[in-house]
Design a binder for this molecule. Structure first.
Ligand SMILES: Cc1cc2nc3c(=O)[nH]c(=O)nc-3n(C[C@H](O)[C@H](O)[C@H](O)COP(=O)(O)OP(=O)(O)OC[C@H]3O[C@@H](n4cnc5c(N)ncnc54)[C@H](O)[C@@H]3O)c2cc1C
Length: 425
């Protein structure tokens, strides 16, 4: 595919931006900056764009943010996205059901609530979505094998240092280097407790079941449409991926500590069965059919008191890595990109960049940190740690808890951020 003209016009900005990290945050930001003809170089530690990762869901706020940056990003997502397979489930995010009987108090499989949103459950493999964005990127913008290990700045310039011994100078740098961000540690200071992610108390088994097998086991409705099975200190979710050919399984459980150094480790099936002992037969059968499972420890970042210092700024997981319980971390990164590329488009010289970062921080930090907090709570809600197992209390909580996230007006945020920027210039 030839790169669309809106991403390949010559830059007109009197400054240059370095983007550190080429995940969903870094790529969406880079495309946004190119559209505004801002000179940008993306530095990625790996030797090519990532193939690691798994399914990511996007809510309506994320779809709107994609369209606002560029309809082509949204088209790329749509090309690869899988939704619920039944037409009348097309707006359903999840059907929530009991996964266990809670000592005989509840009926296994009984529906507690159905939560709907515009577009319903919509997920994509991270690598496929990255591929779609990479196709829009002109040659030469991304540099690979560039692991940033530190930087220095003097108010006008940022000098990046890479692990291969090389350096690069730009007017500003934006850390999009994910949950283990080096840019964040440098910006906040290594001894700041907010500089590193903390274990959330939850981990997840992730695996796949071919749809034919899932359908035989669960019946068509439960196999082909997104379900969440709730229980004490655990929950299991299933949804279609690969255009309905496969059922994705994510089974969450709890522990006080995460002892291992790695956050993603191969699993033993007996550990998984032990965690879900006493659950209903259908959940146990889902787990027994799960192929290629591994365990992901779920970390999130403590709230940082700022997302910028001078001409260095953080977005995406580098700024606000969250647990996945509201399916919204990557969407938040795309929202960040929309606001930040538009603010930088207003900047007339390198001297004005810090004011754009300040306006971004003022508007984005409260919203993205609210996600980190409410996402942790959502995990507790699904695992009867917030409202117990009472169906009415859970339903009331579920049916309103995503409104602030999904129905948010991002263009109003941009207007507010521009006002903050204009006042400070
Ligand atoms: C189990 C699980 C399930 C999830 N499910 C969802 C979901 O359903 N919906 C959702 O919206 N979100 C979900 N998320 C969160 C989502 O995956 C992240 O929020 C999102 O991928 C963050 O994107 P990012 O670009 O900020 O970071 P990353 O995807 O981590 O990208 C960082 C990039 O920076 C590079 N890099 C790292 N360090 C350096 C360095 N020093 N120098 C240069 N490059 C560097 C990396 O190689 C990588 O390419 C989930 C997360 C987990 C763990």
């Amino acid at each position: 595919m030839t790169v669309p003209p809106e991403f390949s016009r010559p830059s007109t900005s009197p400054f240059t931006i370095a983007v550190i990290g080429g995940g969903i945050a870094g790529l969406s930001l880079t495309l946004g900056l190119l559209q505004h003809q801002i000179s940008v170089t993306l530095y990625e530690a790996a030797s090519k764009f990532g193939e690691v990762g798994a399914g990511v869901s996007f809510g309506p706020n994320a779809s709107r943010a994609m369209k606002l940056i560029s309809p082509r990003i949204f088209e790329g997502f749509e090309n690869r996205a899988t939704r619920n397979q039944w037409e009348d489930k097309s707006q359903v995010w999840f059907d929530f059901r009991y996964g266990e009987s809670c000592g005989g108090k509840r009926t296994i499989g009984e529906k507690i609530a159905t939560l709907e949103c515009e577009g319903g459950q919509a997920s994509v493999h991270r690598a496929h979505f990255l591929d779609e964005m990479v196709q829009l990127l002109p040659d030469g913008v991304a540099k690979f094998g560039k692991r940033c290990v530190g930087y220095e700045q003097d108010g006008r310039h940022v000098v990046l240092k890479f692990s291969d011994g090389s350096t690069a100078e730009h007017s500003a740098a934006i850390g999009c280097d994910g949950i283990k961000s080096k840019m964040r540690t440098e910006l906040l200071g290594g001894d700041n407790p907010a500089s590193k992610a903390v274990y959330s108390g939850k981990y997840a088994y992730r695996g796949l079941i071919p749809m034919e097998k899932a359908e035989k086991l669960l019946g068509e409705e439960l196999a082909k449409n997104s379900q969440m099975y709730l229980g004490n200190h655990g929950h299991v979710l299933t949804f279609s991926i690969e255009k309905g050919r496969t059922m994705n399984v994510v089974a969450f459980s709890s522990s006080e500590q995460w002892e291992k150094e790695d956050w993603v480790v191969p699993m033993k099936k007996e550990d998984m069965f032990r965690d879900f002992e006493g659950w209903g037969d259908s959940v146990k059968e889902i787990l027994s059919l799960t192929e290629k499972p591994d365990i992901w420890a779920l970390f999130n970042q403590p709230h940082a008191s700022t997302y910028y210092k001078g001409n260095v700024c953080l977005i995406g997981d580098a700024a606000h890595a969250t647990t996945p319980h509201q399916g919204a971390g990557a969407g938040m990164a795309i929202e960040d990109s929309y606001i930040l590329c538009n603010l930088l488009a207003e900047v007339k010289s390198a001297k004005g960049i810090e004011a754009a970062f300040r306006a971004y921080d003022a508007v984005r930090r409260p919203r993205s940190q609210k996600l980190v907090t409410t996402s942790r709570e959502a995990g507790q809600l699904y695992e009867f740690e917030l409202e117990g197992s009472d169906p009415e209390a859970i339903r009331v909580n579920l049916l309103q808890r995503m409104d602030w996230l999904w129905k948010h007006d991002l263009t109003a945020d941009l207007a507010e951020a521009k006002e903050i920027l204009n006042k400070s210039v």
